[in-house]
Design a protein around this ligand. Structure first.
Ligand code: ADP
Ligand code: MG
Length: 346
């Protein structure tokens, strides 16, 4: 393991921004911290960087307890959403900065620094901007230079806090792919903060889903999407709908009608049934089906999204139906749940 975070807590004026976070990051892994605003992502990143110190718990870099070490001693590289570059310095000076300010004993020669900076400009595919100032670059170019600057010191870990957050959607998308490729070439252990689930799912080896200062789930993008560990993760990732149901000996009931033995191993009583729009199919067979009245129909890429009102409480959920047939459902329809996820209600 490259980085090991153990039962980390951080309070600000008694407010628990992080509440017992434990996490192992493998060497060379690209891991995303994903969660809504205020969930503690930046705090966790700043603690790993050494910009902030924990109230309790510890951070190991390899076998070494780094909890009380400074940023320099930890040798981390970071990039933030804003103010990533020094405005009054050229690109090449920005990139060289971390090496130039090193103590005499650790500082490479001027020639070596120049060589390193120019190699990094090649790596970020901007060989011709060395003598420009930050304001002469596009937002996307600036963040690439910021990344080169973070890499210049050959950091043990790269920490990125919403590095593409201020850029427009198209540039973001390009930079995501670019960063993923760069990561595959350089193999730096990387922790990447985002509140954008698509970004997290697309880029990372594993995703850490955070909420209210805690980790809800750690898993590969597939695990997070297909086997969410909690109602929070299910609702936060992808589109989701929820129905209140009851469980009786493994059988699920909606308004007293059986949907079949979908809940093996779950306790009897009230439960929350989570469904994604693609988890339901229109069917003619009423057995085990959910009956719903079509409320709205919207075109959504290759499918139509219909919102249906279900049961006595008219609970609203969305269903994706193919749009190719030109078929637009209306009135009351029956839907077969192809898969679903159940959690006890408490
Ligand atoms: P995220 O990056 O997920 O949006 P943060 O880690 O920035 O979340 O913040 C987590 C919580 O801690 C928030 O409620 C925030 O207001 C609080 N917080 C963060 N930094 C400070 C600070 N320096 N002083 C007081 N409260 C803070
Ligand atoms: Mg943040």
């Amino acid at each position: 393991m490259d980085i090991s975070v153990r039962r980390l807590c951080k309070e600000f004026d008694r407010y628990p921004a992080l509440n017992g976070v434990s996490l192992e990051v493998g060497s060379g892994e690209l891991i995303a911290l994903l969660g809504p605003s205020g969930s503690g992502k930046t705090t966790l990143l700043r603690l790993i960087a050494g910009l902030e110190f924990p109230t309790s718990g510890s951070i190991y870099f390899g076998k070494e307890d780094a909890s009380q070490k400074s940023v320099q001693e930890r040798n981390v590289g970071f990039v933030f959403q804003h103010y990533a570059l020094f405005r009054h310095m050229t690109v090449i000076d920005n990139i060289s900065f971390g090496l130039r300010v090193r103590g005499r004993r650790n500082r490479p020669s001027d020639a070596a620094i120049r060589k390193r900076a120019s190699d990094l400009l090649d790596l970020i595919q901007l060989p011709n901007v060395a003598n420009r100032f930050p304001h002469q670059l596009s937002g996307g170019q600036r963040q690439r230079v910021a990344l080169a600057r973070a890499l210049a010191i050959e950091p043990r870990v790269l920490l990125l806090d919403e590095p593409f957050g201020a850029l427009d959607a198209k540039v973001r998308k390009e930079l995501r792919r670019w960063l993923r490729e760069l990561h595959e070439r350089t193999g730096h252990t990387t922790i990447f903060v985002t509140h954008d689930q698509e970004e997290a799912m697309e880029m990372s080896d594993r995703v850490v889903v955070m909420s209210q200062g805690r980790i809800e789930q750690v898993g590969t993008p597939d695990e997070i999407y297909d086997r969410p560990a909690s109602p929070f993760v299910f609702s936060f990732i992808g589109d989701s709908g929820e129905l209140a149901v009851t469980i009786d000996r493994g059988e699920v009931f909606l308004d007293g009608r059986s949907l079949g033995p979908l809940a093996e191993g779950l306790p009897d009583g009230r439960a929350r049934m989570f469904l994604r729009p693609h988890d339901l199919e229109i069917t003619d067979d009423p057995a085990g089906a959910i009956s719903g009245e079509v409320a709205t129909v919207r075109r959504h890429a290759a499918t139509r999204r219909i919102e249906i009102a279900v049961g006595e409480k008219r609970q609203r959920i969305e269903v994706a139906v193919p749009a190719t047939r030109g078929f637009v459902p209306e009135g009351t329809q029956t839907f077969r749940p192809v898969r679903c996820r159940l959690f006890p209600a408490n």
